[in-house]
Design a protein around this ligand. Structure first.
Ligand SMILES: [Zn+2]
Length: 82
């Protein structure tokens, strides 16, 4: 179970997703030129590190990172960067 980052050039954002996220699972259907996937990263920190290195605005996927129940079992660390 890992993390992936979608770098969206159009919106200038790098969005962290769970590997299980349906957005990522359906990635091969996405043929747009607005961005690309990177990963899989083992930890959210590694994903965030890559996301920051792109120079884009870092964001969490609102679907897989905030709504689903597995979030509750995670150590949540508050950070002004995120
Ligand atoms: Zn997601």
């Amino acid at each position: 179970m890992g993390y992936v980052v979608y770098v969206n050039k159009f919106h200038d954002r790098a969005v962290i997703h769970r590997e299980e996220c349906s957005y990522y699972q359906n990635r091969f259907k996405d043929r747009s030129k607005t961005g690309y996937w990177e990963g899989v990263f083992e930890t959210r920190e590694e994903a965030a590190e890559f996301a920051r290195s792109t120079g884009k605005k870092l964001a969490d996927c609102t679907f897989c990172m905030t709504r689903l129940p597995w979030k509750r079992r995670e150590r949540v660390r508050a950070s002004p960067m995120w």
